[in-house]
Design a protein around this ligand. Structure first.
Ligand SMILES: [Zn+2]
Length: 256
């Protein structure tokens, strides 16, 4: 499936960017619409696994999910030795692994599915959830004034026009939570009401979207902005940033 190759491509970018140390980060992609009727009914490779909360909206949906403890650099090389296809049951209460090997999904699977379930429930065709550890963006969350969505968005937007264009909804912030917890997932979902990219304080970034390359592009563009900001600060000056007027002028020019 071509989509699996695109997932592997992005996994490779996450590693080469230095955003995926050891087994850092995870990816889930809804591939239901890309599968034939025959593929959708592939037999389960192991007994059904119960979900903590029912995912009714995702009934019979199929996802590619990176495996627990698996490294992005190896997902890039062999996505089906480092991840698997799972199918949500028709009542949304469990899932089965259907291809190609019984690779256990990331421990973040419940969080990812909660986000897919929530966004699809709103009628949005969100297919992708990506979580990764960009050094520069995480660095900014160690600075108290940036733990404010408006302040952080304004700073990143104003470094280059592309940030305003490619991340038009700005970024959300979730104060520090223990990784992998329901509390982190719930706080993230609240931010996803307004934003498609969410910063987790002192931990990482989560992006959602219809397309995995676009999710990567959004994070990559924000990372570029962060680097411009930090390079200026390292040279000893506060970067001027684009003016409010310059940022506002992008809205009609790019139909934002
Ligand atoms: Zn993480």
């Amino acid at each position: 499936m071509a989509e699996i190759e695109r997932i592997a491509e992005v996994a490779g970018y996450l590693w080469t960017k230095g955003w995926a140390e050891r087994n850092g980060g995870n990816i889930s992609v809804n591939v239901t619409s890309l599968m034939s009727e025959e593929e959708k009914t592939l037999p389960a490779l192991c007994p059904a696994i119960d979900l903590l909360t029912p995912m009714e909206v995702l009934s019979n949906h199929i996802f590619y999910v990176t495996g627990t403890g698996k490294r992005m650099r190896y997902v890039a090389q062999d996505p089906f030795a480092n991840g698997s296809l799972i199918r949500i049951s028709s009542d949304g209460k469990s899932y089965e692994i259907i291809a190609e090997q019984p690779i256990v999904p990331t421990s973040e699977l419940p969080s990812h599915l909660m986000m897919h379930n929530y966004l699809r429930g709103l009628g949005r065709d969100i297919k992708v959830v990506v979580h990764t550890h960009p050094t520069d963006l995480i660095g900014m969350t160690h600075c108290k004034p940036f733990l404010d969505s408006e302040k952080l968005t304004r700073t990143l937007w104003s470094m280059i026009p592309e940030s305003r264009i490619i991340v038009p909804k700005g970024v959300g912030i979730v104060p520090y939570e223990i990784p992998g917890t329901l509390a982190l997932a719930e706080a993230t979902i609240r931010q996803l009401e307004k934003h498609d990219v969410v910063f987790w304080e002192k931990h990482g970034i989560l992006a959602v979207g219809e397309d995995i390359i676009e999710c990567f592009d959004a994070i990559d563009t924000l990372s570029k902005s962060a680097q411009i900001y930090m390079n200026a600060r390292m040279c000893g000056y506060e970067p001027e940033g684009m003016t409010d007027q310059q940022l506002d002028d992008l809205v009609p020019a790019f139909g934002l």
